[in-house]
Design a protein around this ligand. Sequence first.
Ligand code: NDP
Length: 246
Amino acid sequence: MLKLEGRVALVTGASRGIGRAIAVRLAAQGAVVIAGARGTNAQATVDEIAAAGGRATAHALDITDAASVEAVVAATLAAHQRIDILVNNAGIAKDQLMLRMKRDDWDAVLNTNLTGAYTCVQAVLKTMVKQRAGRIISITSVVGQAGNAGQVNYAASKAGLIGFTKALALEVASRGITVNAVAPGLIDTDMTKGISEGAHEEWAAKIPLKRLGTPDDIASAVTFLASDEASYITGQVLAVNGGMYL
Ligand code: NDP
C-alpha cells in the first residue's frame, strides 16, 4: 500500500538535488506534490513524476518573497482544499571565513535558509491547525550540529532551524501537527559539486559508511517522517549522514 495516498505535499526547492528526490519519492508514495522552485525550474521534476504516473504541479516559488509563498499556498488550497505536508528543503550556501564574510552573504543565507522556513510555515500553519493534522519537515545539516570552518552563516541558519523545529513542535503538538528535521551529512548534489572529485574520495574515506550520501538517502527519511509510521515522532532531528557525526 502507498504510504501517502492523496496527501498534499508542498516541497520547496524541488527543482534539483535533494528537493527533487523528495518530490519524486513522495509522489511515488501517492502524495499530490506541489513542487516549488524559482521561475519554471520545478517543471522537469513534475514531468518526471507525471511520466511515472504520479501527481504533481510546478509552481514559481521564491521562499525569500512572502507574496510568492502565499500565492503558491493559495493556489494549492484552491485546487486541493488542504495541505498535509510541508518540506522546507530550499537552501543556499555562501561560504567564506568569518574574517572575510560580507554582510550580504550573511543576510542571503539567513534570509533563505531560516527566514524562508518561517515564511513557509506561516503560510501553511493555520490550514494545518484547522485540519488538526499536518507534517512539517525541515532539511537542516550536520553543519548545524557540528559547525564547519568557512560556514558560519550556513551553520547558524541550520542550527537555527533545529531550534525552530523543537519550539514549533511544542507549540503545535496538541493540534495534531508534527514538526521534525532531517540533518544530512555530505550529499552529492549541485551544492557540493564545488568539492573536487579527489576531495570527494578523501571525504568518503572519513565517513564511517565510506561514501557520500545520495538525495535518495534523504528522501527515504523525509518520506518516513511524513508517513503514518512516524505519527509519534515530533521535535526530532534525524541525522542521515553515514555516521559522519555521532
Ligand atoms: P541544491 O543547490 O542542489 O538545490 C537547492 C534547491 O533550493 C534548488 O531546488 C533551488 O531551486 C532551491 N532554492 C534556493 N533558493 C531558493 C529560493 N529563494 N526559493 C526557492 N527555492 C530556492 O542543494 P541540495 O539539494 O544539496 O540542498 C537541499 C537542502 O539540503 C538545502 O537546504 C541544503 O542546505 C541542505 N543540505 C544539503 C547538503 C548537501 O551535502 N548537499 C547537506 C546538508 C544539508 P532553484 O534554484 O531552481 O530556484
